[in-house]
Design a protein around this ligand. Structure first.
Ligand code: B12
Ligand code: SF4
Length: 487
């Protein structure tokens, strides 16, 4: 079967930025389909930075019987429009969608677009079976499709036992020169970076979170290390971004990862969880090459953390920040505003938390959005805040500001609080930095190291041109980046 797999590009942004992350899910699917004997081509619209006006021509260059698109919920509109184009070019081709959009909104996708099949989790297991059974999908697990004019839903794959024997991602089908360009800076060195997952799923159930895998499946650390060694040998990768929903899942597993990754002498970054973030563990991580951990701390209010079912306390979060900095690892904190129950008072607790702990909220404060697949989404539907699921999906594109307000405050009040809170936290943070010359110096040195590393890779004049361009476009953002603390 001739198969074309597509990674969409964020065309709604205007000028498409270079891709920040390798589309691992699609690469796993590509690998499994190829191993099953199918002809697989990849069209990576993001890596190629294809503007919307050129998508049709790029798709028409390929011959295919089946096309597969990867998409998150926020990409509904892109999928709908792309499916229409594909149908016009090749009316007989089957159109398949996988990823969070297909997992959580298969009904809407199948009823309002020309997509034929939605694949839930485990695309690498499901897709090859699907390609063999296109005429009758009734025995293919983990798919939804239209049968007799109705949406038919097959049972999911669930826990997949053989996770260590999945084929490695089909990196070679993607433009690896783009993905491995040494643009990521691991601890002051420009290195080629690549995404890896050590597990699927997360054992927690934070109420705002939309997880891609319902059950937790963990790979053995040995299989993860074997993959990393391959990446190092084949592509000269010097930095690994662990993209699991939660990497710091347990102390024991993390220590095993540290012990086995240390001899590879790589830099790596991962997501963390405050409840297991001790100085001892983080020091081990640092020794093993970890340079950055990001935590979804979300709120400084104990009430909101409980309502979210975060299963951490404000004190644990504070200890995690301290421990991470003490270990010499960059601590990135994701904060949120607007979870149901949020008031001026609870958000004040969050801003005070940021100030007390000198947190620079990484993306300022994310406005809480009831993403499909989350407990909050069900609540928004039952409370009548989401009346039309398709209109809601359309609004998710870009995902900025207030999409659905889950608080008792007005949208304007929420946005005012977010802006003012962001300014207050940032100003405090920079004041604190100015008052701590030793930290300023340490960070300054790191920044110089980074700039030098960039210059080595890109050339000094290209770096200067880029700097001037950014200064013209968004002076404040550039200054923020330059001033952001590393410790
Ligand atoms: C990297 C990443 C991104 C990257 C882009 C990824 C890419 N395609 O290039 C960037 C930074 C752009 C991104 C952005 C966002 N992301 Co994101 N991201 C991730 C992350 C960390 C890793 C994805 C990954 O590689 N997973 C590992 C692979 C193996 O799993 P997978 O992608 O799910 O693929 C499997 C199946 O889904 C399926 N499958 C996937 N595609 C296809 C295609 C076909 C044809 C088939 C058959 C099967 C199939 O098979 C695959 C193999 O099993 C995940 C968390 C996670 N661990 O999944 C979040 C995640 C996908 N992101 C999420 C969110 C919320 C966002 C944002 C909305 C965040 C924000 N507040 O802005 C934005 C969306 C921006 C927008 N407007 O479009 C949510 C998705 C929720 C949802 N309902 O959509 C996740 C699950 C994180 C979470 N738990 O909250 N993200
Ligand atoms: S927010 Fe993080 S810890 Fe909570 S359920 Fe989602 S992935 Fe797991």
């Amino acid at each position: 079967m001739k198969t074309l797999l597509i990674q969409p590009a964020p065309t709604y942004i205007g000028e498409i930025p270079p891709p920040g992350y390798f589309p691992l899910g699609l690469a796993y699917v590509a690998s499994a389909a190829r191993d099953a004997g199918h002809e697989v081509e990849v069209l990576d619209l993001w890596a190629d930075r294809v503007p919307s006006g050129e998508i049709e021509a790029r798709i028409a260059e390929h011959k295919f019987d089946v096309v597969g698109i990867t998409a998150m919920s926020a990409q509904y509109r892109q999928v709908r429009d792309m499916a229409k184009i594909i149908r016009a070019i090749r009316p007989d081709a089957r159109i398949v969608v996988g990823g969070a959009l297909a997992r959580h909104n298969y009904t809407e996708v199948l009823q309002t677009t020309v997509v034929d099949v939605c694949v839930f989790e485990w695309g690498e297991v499901v897709f090859p079976q699907l390609l063999e059974s296109l005429d009758d999908l009734s025995d293919v697990p983990g798919v939804a499709y239209i049968r007799d004019g109705k949406v038919a839903v097959n049972p999911t794959v669930g826990v997949f036992q053989d996770v260590d024997n999945l084929p490695l991602p089909a990196w070679d089908l993607f433009p690896m020169d783009i993905y491995t360009k040494p643009a990521k800076i691991g601890d002051g060195h420009a290195v080629s970076s690549m995404s890896v997952v050590t597990s699927r799923g997360c054992p927690y159930n934070c109420r705002f979170c939309s997880k891609n895998f319902q059950k937790v499946n963990m790979r053995s650390i040995d299989s993860v290390i074997a993959e990393i060694k391959t990446l190092k040998e084949r592509f000269g990768i010097g930095c690994i971004e662990f993209e699991d929903e939660l990497v710091m899942i347990s102390k024991k597993r993390m220590l095993e990862l540290c012990e086995k990754i240390r001899p590879l002498k790589l830099k790596w970054a991962c997501s963390g969880r405050a409840n297991i973030a001790s100085v001892e563990l983080l020091r081990e991580m640092k020794r093993a090459g970890c340079f950055s951990v990001y935590y979804g701390l979300e709120s400084g209010s104990p009430t909101i953390l409980d309502l979210m079912d975060k299963r951490v306390t404000v004190e644990m979060n504070e200890r995690a920040i301290m421990a991470t900095r003490k270990a010499g690892i960059v601590c990135r904190c994701l904060m949120m505003i607007g979870f149901p129950g949020e008031t001026r008072e609870t958000f004040r607790e969050t801003v005070d938390f940021c100030k007390r702990n000198h947190v620079h909220p990484r993306v300022e404060f994310n406005v809480c959005t009831p993403l499909p697949g989350s407990v909050l989404y069900q609540r928004a539907i039952s409370e009548g805040k989401i009346k039309d699921k398709v209109a809601f999906l359309e609004q998710l594109e870009g995902l900025s500001d207030v999409v659905v307000n889950m608080t008792e405050m007005s949208d304007d009040e929420l946005m005012e609080l977010k802006e003012a809170g962001g300014i207050e936290a940032r100003e405090h943070y920079y004041r604190w930095r100015r008052r701590n010359p030793s930290i300023m110096m340490k960070d300054g040195l790191k920044k110089i190291q980074r700039i030098a590393a960039y210059a080595k890779v890109w050339g000094f004049s290209a770096l200067l041109r880029e700097g001037v361009k950014r200064l013209r476009n968004d002076r404040e953002a550039l200054l923020r980046t330059l001033l952001r603390a590393e410790y």
